[in-house]
Design a protein around this ligand. Structure first.
Ligand code: 4AD
Length: 589
């Protein structure tokens, strides 16, 4: 290897490759000279060959040991050559090499110490747990009133008993802080004295269910907790312990999990603050709808979900065989509501509707909660005014409750909040919407993939409709759709028979939340409509009878509760506003 010194680059390559070849023949032989080039080398990725040199002599020593020869690239007039590093460079590098070795040894020492200390710590913890088993809590004999967390403010100062789930858990010195959740609220509880030393306290996990007793006290200035108070516990016991380790709650529901896994874990995800707040507002909204309907004199009915008729076209029907007869899950309760008018007057229902939607959009579900109403002896304009009234009363009712308002606010980003719609809602004729789209460059996707202008008769696509609604930025009653793109039962506009007395209510960011219309009231025109649609009138005999036995002008609408919630709560998709959403590919949990 001595003749390797002072050779040109090519000869070094050859010599080094011979050395490498020697290694492959004799696996114990190693090259003893390695190349270093300050300009092009790299101490981390280099291997010491001329094509991949180290950057420093110290780097070469660290990688190959200090007994090697470091060849440094020299640029000369006749070309370049690799020559042994100077004595001073070798000396400096050896010093760095020694420092490096010392550092490695120190690191190794620390690692061993950590391992030993870790083992000691684990042993101490195991002993602490073992000792904790001997700490037995006796429940005080003073009576405690069983309460829900929502009663906590009025029960301050009294000894109370509360059941709930461990929502948050924190050890601080000798104390343990628990934020307890029972569905009605959150309550900070503090374990002091003997309580945090028990086995149950030391092994407590998130989502364990517990019962706890003690006294709720207002917090002094400078301390914060929900409702500005906390329960000083005098006793507690675990009702059901939740797992820790890999099975721990947070491992199942962490936000960075794949959306599909989170959807599988929906039964756990609903325990989180965002979803539980959404579901609480959903309940408040339903209550408010019922109050609005009651105040407007509509009666609630509960139509069937298993039916033998379609309402909104055959393509989205969920069909099944019911005792040898064709049956469907209902798309809408409208036809049944219509039959109630002569019996009960104006009616409404809150029922599940089912659509075998193939569309994978953020506003379509296969099952959704449909708020529907039907009213007799009214005009189209009166129907529009009624829809506006119901929506505004319902929203006002929800916002008037401070607790619900706080939940709604918590779901909006900092500095933003829900803006209630101003009245009257804008009315826009379908033909004006077509004009609007064309004037604002909102195009229609053509069958050949190229976009073109909208023409009267088009079913304005979801994307175009949303673009228009977002540009206008407020609720729009889009009215008077062509009959070809609407359902068979819709009343025609007198004198403009190609169009219908129909309405879609469009909301910014969400799109259509309501679909409604006046209904045909004449028997002959209904029979003609069945025929035109290719519907066999036989199973519709009961619906047809409404036109025989005292027909009336009447109209109604359906509202998708999940879409209204998406608008109210600033949610991206209706999948977030249903308890257990169903959509293509998802029917669990
Ligand atoms: O416009 P649609 O199809 O109208 C009807 O079903 C009428 N029969 C209602 C009536 O007049 N009684 O649906 C009404 C509303 C839509 O505006 C939308 O909010 C909601 O129901 N909706 C859906 N929501 C979620 N997922 C789906 N797949 C939906 N399809 C309709």
């Amino acid at each position: 290897m001595a003749e390797l010194l002072s050779k040109t680059k090519d000869s070094v390559v050859e010599a080094l490759s011979q050395a490498t070849a020697a290694v492959s023949l004799d696996s114990t032989a190693q090259p003893t000279s390695y190349c270093v080039d300050e300009a092009s080398g790299n101490d981390s990725t280099g291997d010491g060959s001329p094509s991949s040199p180290y950057k420093t002599v110290a780097g070469a020593f660290i990688a190959r040991g200090e007994s090697i020869t470091a060849l440094v690239r020299q640029a000369k007039e006749e070309g370049e050559s690799w020559e042994p590093a100077s004595a001073s460079a070798v000396k400096k590098a050896k010093k760095l090499y020694t420092q490096h070795q010392t550092k490695l040894a120190r690191q190794e020492e620390l690692k061993k110490k950590d391992e030993l200390e870790g083992a000691a710590k684990r042993a101490a913890e195991a002993k602490k747990l073992e000792d904790a088993k001997a700490v037995i809590l006796e429940e005080p004999t003073t009576p405690a009133t069983k309460i829900k967390i929502k009663q906590a403010v009025e029960k301050r100062g009294e000894r109370v008993r509360i059941f709930g789930w461990v929502h948050r858990l924190r050890q601080q010195g000798a104390m343990i802080f628990i934020v307890l959740r029972d569905g009605t609220g959150f309550l900070q509880c503090v374990l002091t004295g003997k309580l945090p030393q028990t086995f149950d306290a030391l092994t407590l996990t998130l989502e364990s269910s517990i019962q706890i007793t003690g006294t709720i006290n207002e917090l002094p200035e400078g301390k914060t907790a929900v409702d500005n108070h906390e329960l000083s516990a005098d006793w507690f016991s675990v009702v059901g312990k939740a797992p820790g380790g890999d099975e721990a709650f947070l491992n199942k529901v962490s936000e960075d999990r794949a959306p599909d896994l989170l959807a599988d874990a929906r039964h756990l995800v609903i325990r989180g603050e965002t979803v539980s707040s959404t579901l609480k507002v959903r309940a408040a909204l339903l209550q408010s709808f019922r109050a609005a309907y009651a105040s407007l004199g509509l009666l609630e009915v509960t139509p069937p979900c298993m039916v033998q008729t379609q309402v909104e076209g055959g393509s989205t029907l969920f069909a099944f065989d019911y005792y040898g007869e064709q049956a469907y899950l209902t798309q809408s309760s409208q036809l049944y509501l219509e039959t109630c008018l002569p019996s009960l007057g104006d009616v409404f229902c809150v029922a599940e509707s089912f659509r075998a939607e193939k569309s994978h959009t953020r506003r379509h579900l296969s099952e959704y909660t449909h708020v529907e109403a039907e009213l007799a002896f009214l005009t189209f304009e009166e129907l529009l005014e009624h829809i506006e009234e119901v929506i505004c009363r319902t929203i006002d009712g929800v916002l008037a409750d401070p607790k619900t308002k706080a939940l709604i606010d918590s779901l909006w980003p900092e500095g933003e909040s829900f803006t209630p719609p101003s009245r009257p809602f804008m009315r826009m004729d379908y033909r004006d919407a077509i004009k609007y789209c064309n004037e604002h460059n909102i195009t229609r996707p053509g069958p050949d993939g190229t976009d073109g202008p909208h023409v009267v008769g088009d079913d304005i696509a979801e994307a175009a409709e949303r673009k228009m609604t977002d540009q206008i930025g407020k609720p729009i009653f889009l009215i008077n759709f062509p009959k070809e793109i609407k359902s068979f039962y819709m009343a025609r506009i007198p004198g403009d028979e190609g169009f219908t007395e129909s309405v879609d209510l469009l909301m910014p960011n969400v799109g259509e939340i309501v679909g409604g219309s006046m209904r045909m009231s004449g028997l002959d025109e209904l029979m003609e409509a069945y025929k035109h649609e290719g519907i066999d009138p036989t199973p519709y005999y009961w619906y047809t009878d409404q036109r025989k036995y005292g027909t009336t002008p009447h109209g109604g609408y359906g509202l998708g509760l999940e879409r209204l919630l998406a608008w109210l709560l600033n949610r991206f998709t209706v999948r977030e506003t249903q308890l257990y959403p169903r959509y293509t590919g998802r029917c669990k949990p």
